[in-house]
Design a protein around this ligand. Structure first.
Ligand SMILES: O=P(O)(O)OC[C@H]1O[C@@H](O)[C@H](O)[C@@H](O)[C@@H]1O
Length: 368
């Protein structure tokens, strides 16, 4: 049976939903909740998690099947029956992945980190190589610039493809993209655009206004949640690339770019009792026929991590197809469909079509 061997950096809520998803779809006969049931001959149940890194003492040393349910993870458990995977979570490299305020959080909310332990690049590269991983998935917290660059170097050295789920710019930064192209490795990034999340809803509505001739003159997207992602983002210094990624994703589909003072997109508050439930409040103001004003308000409520995993399971399988077909560098269509800050932006309809075209190009497995 063909499998896809995956290494994950960060065993938080997003990794939890991803791992649960493998077992959920292996046990179920439906494709409910999937964007694609099969990609290049691969199903979600074909994912195999062969390596995992974290820095939290409550996870390091545990089997991945247990670590995904350890604190401070708080996402909805939709598939509790995850067996031991045989993959033990290894100590990762801390660098700037741990914001100081995450160490002093009460009620099992933040991180518990053993300051005396850290992993070297050689150890991480060796673990990835020994595991047989083909693809590395980056789930580091927002603001982990140095840690992300460090793990990208590890990926290049170990010779694995990458899905960059978070907003440090790698696939969309030409000098980094070139490193992957030169190494013969595919990459999808940057920053996951959730299945039906704040960004895609904001973009689709903005595109609707454009198609229907309504000029937008003000818009905001306020996001609140109670997971570690939102707690981490209380440190506003960690947010610059996140804000750029989310704002540009919306600006890219407007008929006219808005001045900075007329667009506000970003994380707005941490509300502990929301746990992994993300609430997004959107407002678009514009002028329709006769320059008559109108506005639209929307409230979106989603469990953040399964919303991310739906996209990540597709991105992983597209990177695998890239590896199978010898395609190197950023995968343009899938990056635009799955991510907020791809190397090149397209409307979501176009990006969806490009992704389907990429998938439907002759599959090596189908040809076997
Ligand atoms: O809802 P949006 O704007 O698509 O963003 C969602 C994703 O944004 C990513 O940056 C977060 O790490 C994910 O947890 C989240 O699912």
């Amino acid at each position: 049976m063909a499998t896809i061997k995956v290494a994950v950096i960060g065993v938080g809520n997003c990794a939890s939903s991803l791992v649960q998803g493998k077992y959920h779809y292996a046990a179920s006969n439906t494709a409910h909740g999937l964007i694609h049931e099969e990609i290049g001959g691969y199903r979600v149940s074909d994912l195999e998690f062969v390596a995992a890194f974290d820095v939290d003492s409550r996870k390091v040393g545990l089997d991945l099947g247990q670590a995904i349910f350890a604190k401070p993870n708080c996402t909805k458990v939709f598939h509790a029956d995850v067996p031991a995977t045989g993959t033990i979570v290894k100590m990762g490299a801390k660098l700037d992945g741990v914001a100081p305020h995450m160490l002093t959080a009460a009620n099992d909310r933040g991180f518990e980190v053993d300051e005396t332990r850290d992993a070297t690049k050689a150890e991480i590269v060796q673990t990835i190589k020994d595991s047989g991983a083909e693809i590395l998935v980056n789930f580091l917290p927002v603001g982990s610039q140095d840690a992300t660059e460090f793990y990208m170097e590890c990926a290049l050295e170990a010779g694995v493809g990458v899905v960059n789920c978070m907003p440090v710019f790698i696939a969309s930064r030409p000098e980094w993209e070139k490193k992957f192209a030169d190494a013969g490795l595919p990459i999808i990034g940057d920053d996951v655009k959730a299945q039906v999340g704040a960004t895609i809803v904001h973009r689709v509505l903005s595109n609707l206004f454009k198609q229907r001739g309504v000029t937008i003159d003000h818009t905001y997207q306020l996001n609140t949640g109670g997971n570690t992602d939102f707690m981490n983002m209380l440190d506003r210094n960690r947010l610059s690339s996140k804000k750029e990624s989310k704002t540009e994703a919306v600006q890219a589909v407007l008929s006219e770019r808005l001045a900075d003072e007329n667009i506000h997109v970003g994380p707005s508050d941490y509300i502990p009792w929301l746990h992994d439930n993300k609430l997004c409040f959107l407002r678009l103001e514009g002028n329709l026929f006769g320059d008559v004003p109108m506005n639209l308000e929307l409230r979106l409520s989603v469990e953040d991590s399964p919303n991310s995993a739906a996209v990540v399971v597709d991105a992983i399988r597209c990177v695998k197809v890239g590896l199978d077909r010898g395609i190197a560098g950023a995968l343009t269509g899938p990056s635009a469909f799955f991510c907020k800050h791809p190397p090149e932006q397209f409307t979501d309809d176009v990006a969806a079509q490009m992704t389907d075209d990429f998938i439907q190009a002759e599959s090596p497995l189908a040809a076997e």
